[in-house]
Design a protein. Sequence first.
Length: 303
Amino acid sequence: MRNTVSQFGQVRSMHRPFTVADAVRAFATLSQSAFRPKSGARKSTHWRVACRHRDAFYLVRCGFVLHLFWFQTQRDIRYSMTTDPKTDRQTALAEPGPDRHDPDKPGLEPQGRTLRYAAVYAVIALASLIAGLQHFVLTLPKSPGGNLQFTDGIIVVTGGQQRLDDGLRLLTEGKADRMLISGVGEGVNRAVLIQELELNDREANALFCCVELDFTADNTRGNAIAARRWAMLHEMRTLRLVTANYHMPRALVVFAREMPEFDLYQWAVTPDDLRLDDWWRDRAMLRLLAREYAKYLAETIGI
């Protein structure tokens, strides 16, 4: 790094240009150090507060990196407009002379600067989305271990047999008194579920006595509305949500918005076919996670 002295006696540092790779590297470093989930964080009953603090901290770090990139880009532009390419010195600032914005002097045209700014913002946005997707995948929730707290009800969002299996297991283990299966397709009844899920006698008895089926919901918001109606009917206060781990972040946002007066607990199901070790190499897995991340962002900002 070299220093030059301007006509005002100030020492100016001649840094190398701040590239997109530097911004991505800085963002990744912050993500790895600050986004790493803490042990026991998923067991907190006040998950809403934890999620809000995490998202706010995430936005602050993004803003810091964007501000750093913008500041360095502005300085690089000023440096390129005031540097003699032959001597690599800031002659326009170091020596009195004609206006450095003289149109006869080479520099960036307004249109060129606009295109450069647009390209910089596009690259920053793309890098932020990629880093955010990586953070989303690395911090997918897991099923809590140890003794589970008893809840008034269990809500199972349809979408896979493992969700139903886990929900019925929690119910038969006495973790709740009632269970709602939301988003059941037309023509499905308890007899069909017993046959398809190959339930034993204990699970079949629990299905008939303590499980209700909801046929109205066709999306996550519909699941939340049906769950709120069902919980209010039975005067419940605490609920455990059972769904896939990649769907859980968005489901928690939607359920918290539709039923803020209830205490929600999560039970994240990890599908057997969800391979997270090399998810970016599997095109189908990449589409699934990217689509779910986009939906999560849309729900978070209220689109």
